[in-house]
Design a protein around this ligand. Structure first.
Ligand code: PEP
Ligand code: MN
Length: 342
């Protein structure tokens, strides 16, 4: 099997073109990563029947490698350089530390505008808020739907903040995509393969949240579905997994997943300490830890009045606590060699 062709970084352009032409003539697509010493040509497609012999003797080829994993496009072997994502004015590139914040659910224009101004003034780069909410009980608030999207669109215009919002079903991708700068796939939908395939065909970044029962390998395999569809603008989000303690924490925020994912994959990694802990008091300490673990950003819930929030009030920060969070993570962000402000 052949997945990666390693070429000498100093070989002439015609050697690289010959390899690319060969791959394309066999019906595959190509991903090219150029380093000074090596050039990595990735073969995109079902490579199971493709022999290494096809490429080993071509000029400039140093090695042919097969990736024996359930996923390959998401791996660092396939794409050694960090993936850079631009969503409106937000840049996720490993140099910045990006904060996405906002309420769990969009409830009103006033609630979203107040929150967006706070988020922006504190250095947050992305506004979150769900218009379509996946709820454990069908009797809970399930979001304002189209009205919520209209509020997000207005607040985005008024503040300039790009928005991230969840999409629950393949048939809603189009309408949510008209407003969203980043489509969110929630933990409950991590295994929704039709939805993953659908967002694989859009030209918007996607944040994929880890399913609460998912291994890291399953998480990466689900991200692979999106990349396989042609969309490589994927952000991975660790948001806690189920373990046995539900008394003190809602989920167990698996921060070890951060360095594992950063090593295994080129995709940016966010941490959601709000759903990850389910407790307002734990959000700031776990945010500091997430920065120190090497995360590229945070997604945090904040609400003007968490006591009357229609969802997840108990884990939402007050405005004061959100300001405190940004102040408290700042030294950690600096130690990690990143910046919050431009
Ligand atoms: C959310 O971000 O509001 C949400 C529902 O998250 P998760 O899918 O991680 O539970
Ligand atoms: Mn929530």
């Amino acid at each position: 099997m052949a997945d990666l062709i390693i070429m000498d970084g100093r070989c002439p352009e015609e050697n690289i073109n010959a390899v690319i032409d060969k791959i394309k003539s066999l019906g595959f697509d190509v991903s090219l990563s150029r380093g000074s010493e090596k050039i990595i040509v990735g073969i995109i497609g079902d490579t199971r029947g493709l022999s290494e012999e096809t490429f080993v003797s071509l000029p400039g080829v140093i090695d042919v490698i097969s990736i024996l994993k359930d996923y390959k496009l998401v791996t660092r072997e396939f794409h050694p350089v960090d993936t850079r994502i631009c969503a409106g004015s937000a840049i996720i590139d490993g140099k910045h530390f990006v904060i996405a914040a906002g309420p769990c659910s969009v409830e009103s224009h006033e609630q979203m505008l107040k929150t967006a101004i706070l988020v922006r003034d504190c250095g947050g780069k992305i506004l979150r808020g769900g218009a379509y909410k996946p709820r454990t009980s069908p009797y809970s608030f399930v979001g304002l739907g189209k009205e919520g999207l209209a509020i997000l669109r207005d607040v985005k215009m008024e503040t300039g903040l790009p928005v991230i919002t969840e999409v629950l079903a393949p048939e809603e991708v189009e309408i949510v995509g008209e407003v969203a700068d980043i489509l969110q796939i929630g933990a409950r939908n991590m295994y929704n393969y039709r939805l993953l395939e659908r967002v694989g065909r859009v030209s918007l970044p996607v944040m994929l949240k880890r399913g609460f029962q998912a291994t890291i390998s399953e998480f990466l395999s689900c991200a692979e579905y999106i990349l396989k569809g042609g969309n490589n603008q994927v952000i991975l989000c660790e948001r806690g997994i189920r373990t046995f303690d539900s008394q003190f924490v809602r989920n167990c925020l698996d921060l070890s997943a951060v360095p594992v994912l950063k090593k295994e994959s080129h995709l940016p990694v966010f941490v959601d300490p709000s759903h990850g802990t389910g407790k307002r008091d734990l959000v700031i300490p776990m945010s500091r830890a997430a920065v120190a673990a090497g995360a590229d950003g945070l997604m945090v819930e904040v609400h003007p009045r968490p006591d009357v929030a229609l969802s997840d009030g108990f884990q939402s920060l007050t405005f004061d606590l959100f300001e405190k969070l940004v102040k408290e993570i700042a030294p950690f962000v600096q130690i990690m060699g990143r910046t919050i402000q431009d």
